[in-house]
Design a protein around this ligand. Structure first.
Ligand SMILES: [Zn+2]
Ligand SMILES: [Zn+2]
Length: 217
C-alpha cells in the first residue's frame, strides 16, 4: 500500500481571511504596530509589515546609509541593472528621465537607485508545490477559511516526479539588488552646470536636490 493521507495545515488571518503557511505570517497579516524609527503606524502588509520593526522608508534610509555609493557615471549597464521601487532600468538615461518626469509631475526627486547584479536562480521544489497548492486552493475553495486539502492525497508520488522534472529545468537569471546604490547627486550637479551653460531655466526641484546633496556631504 503506497497511499498515505496527508493533512495540510494553513493559517488564516482572522481579519482579512488571507491564508499563510506559517502562524507568524497570519498573525502579522493585518497587525498594526508603530515603526520603532519614526513611529508611524504600520499595517502588517507589504512593504512595511510582516514582522518588520521599522517602516519601509526607515529601512531604506539605514540601508542607504550603509550602502556603497556609486555615481551614475561609474555605473555601466553591462549585465547590470538599477532598481527603484520595483522598476528596473538598464541604462542611466532612462532612470534619469524617470526622475525628471516624476519631479515635473510634482514628485520629490529621489537620489538613488539600487545596483542589481544577475544571479543564477532555480525555483525550489518547495516553492513550486506551495504555489501550485495556493492556486489549487483558490480554484477549489477561493479564499474561504474553511477550504482545505482533505481531497489531496499521495503527495509523495507527485513530489518524486516533480523532483525529477525540476532537476531538468534550466536556470533562470534574476536580478537582485545588493548593497551598492547609484547616487544621483553628482548627476544632478552635472545637469545644473549643463543648464547654466546654455542659460536654460533651472527647475526649482533640481536646485533643491543639489542644495540638499551639498548640505549632506
Ligand atoms: Zn489580514
Ligand atoms: Zn519609520
Amino acid at each position: 500500500m503506497n497511499a498515505r493521507k496527508v493533512q495540510i495545515t494553513q493559517w488564516v488571518c482572522e481579519k482579512c481571511a488571507g491564508r499563510y503557511w506559517g502562524e507568524t505570517l497570519a498573525e502579522e497579516c493585518c497587525a498594526q504596530r508603530p515603526c520603532c524609527g519614526c513611529g508611524i503606524v504600520m499595517d502588517g502588509h507589504f512593504p512595511n509589515g510582516n514582522g518588520q520593526s521599522q517602516c519601509y522608508s526607515c529601512r531604506e534610509k539605514s540601508r542607504l546609509e550603509r550602502a556603497k555609493k556609486m555615481t551614475l557615471y561609474e555605473f555601466y549597464s553591462g549585465d547590470r541593472m538599477m532598481e527603484r521601487h520595483g522598476e528596473f532600468y538598464t541604462d542611466a538615461n532612462t532612470l534619469v528621465q524617470h526622475f525628471i518626469d516624476y519631479a515635473d509631475e510634482g514628485g520629490v526627486p529621489e537620489r538613488y537607485a539600487w545596483v542589481c547584479a544577475p544571479e543564477a536562480w532555480k525555483p525550489s521544489l518547495e516553492l513550486w508545490i506551495e504555489q501550485s497548492l495556493e492556486q489549487h486552493l483558490d480554484l477549489v475553495g477561493g479564499r474561504h477559511p474553511d477550504g482545505h486539502f482533505d481531497s489531496l492525497i499521495d503527495l509523495k508520488e507527485i513530489t518524486a516526479k516533480f523532483q525529477i522534472w525540476m532537476e531538468e529545468q534550466p536556470q533562470f537569471k534574476v536580478y537582485l539588488a545588493g548593497s551598492t546604490a547609484v547616487d544621483l547627486a553628482i548627476t544632478w550637479a552635472f545637469w545644473i552646470d549643463e543648464l547654466r551653460e546654455i542659460n536654460a531655466v533651472i527647475p526649482e526641484w533640481l536646485s533643491a536636490a543639489v542644495e540638499a546633496d551639498n548640505g549632506e556631504t
